[in-house]
Design a protein around this ligand. Structure first.
Ligand SMILES: [Zn+2]
Length: 304
């Protein structure tokens, strides 16, 4: 088969990935496109050990054993590969949001399992974003997620501040968008971003190859109509509709999820294909994201 896989519906996906063996083939092909390579000694031949749920590969030279899913988003998971592929397909959709309750019903796993799967997928998305700093002409503005009826200048505990930022074309249309939570300590003074907050954002999310950076530091100066404001409003309403409101703890993961789809869609890249490739192939940044559990990636903190 070719590298392209597109499915119009979940039924189509399940028809294609009709068995765990079919999924094993697909993952093997993506992990080792030119055949098995030992991760320890680079030897090209392995024994396949089939006594477990998923095959293990033992290097014929150094005897190192590795599992099919080591280093992929599925590492350590006992959930069926078909269910993982369904989750990747569902979170890639732009027409309908997926939450853990809905996913658990569709793929028949517990809520806890569904929640953990979605968060691992969001960690992959956040890690992919970390590889793409903003560049050239960068615009950003402070905004917040949370309750509406709050004072103009004072930050309410239920307001969760974040920077919405984009690389923009000369006509101000965004080419790449990021939303990064700003942790309060030292970076904010109520609803204003302090110089330390600006410096932290630029060092973590903006390329040195940047000619112009314009950051609106005060939420109340965010005037309509404004393209960044419009995107922030869309993200807010997607979060409210899909997750029925959120606190600040996992907000960054949801902002990353929104931006991941937004950016690929505006680049006319298949979200499902890209995410499947990033989830199924072995990527050091995925392993890294996983260890950090996605929650801390990208948030603007003082120490980083
Ligand atoms: Zn080896």
């Amino acid at each position: 088969m070719t590298g392209q896989m597109s499915f119009e519906s979940l039924e189509e996906l399940f028809a294609y990935f009709h068995s765990e063996d079919r999924c094993v083939e697909e993952i093997f092909r993506r992990k080792w496109p030119h055949g098995f390579v030992c991760p320890r000694c680079n030897h090209g031949e392995a024994y396949t050990i089939r006594s477990r749920r998923l095959p293990l590969y033992e290097c014929r030279s150094c005897r190192h054993q590795c599992s099919l899913i080591a280093g992929t988003v599925m590492e350590g998971s006992r959930t069926d590969l078909r269910k993982w592929l369904a989750a990747i397909w569902l979170i890639s959709r732009t027409d309908e949001g997926i939450n853990a309750v809905k996913l658990s019903v569709i793929i028949q796993v517990t809520y806890k399992t569904a929640w953990a799967m979605l968060h691992k997928l969001r960690a992959v998305m956040g890690a992919a974003d970390a590889e793409c700093p903003l560049e050239h002409d960068v615009r950003a503005a402070l905004t917040y997620y949370g309750s509406e009826h709050t004072p103009l200048f004072e930050l309410h505990p239920k307001e969760h501040p974040y920077l919405i930022a984009a690389s923009v074309n000369p006509d101000n249309s965004p080419t790449y968008v990021k939303m990064k939570q700003v942790l309060r300590n030292h970076l904010l003074s109520d609803k204003s971003l302090l110089t330390a907050g600006r410096t932290a954002f630029v060092s973590q999310h903006v390329s040195s190859n940047t000619s112009k950076i314009n950051i609106m530091k005060h939420h109340f100066r965010f005037r309509r109509p404004d393209v960044l404001r419009h995107i922030a409003d869309q993200a807010r309403s997607w979060i409210n509709k899909t997750f029925h409101g959120l606190g600040g703890k996992y907000l960054q993961a949801y902002l990353d999820e929104y931006c991941y789809r937004y950016n690929l869609e505006s680049q006319h890249v298949s979200i499902w294909e890209r995410l499947a490739a990033q989830c199924l192939s072995v990527n050091t940044f995925i392993a890294l994201a996983w260890r950090r559990r996605g929650r801390t990636i990208g948030r603007i903190t003082h120490a980083a």
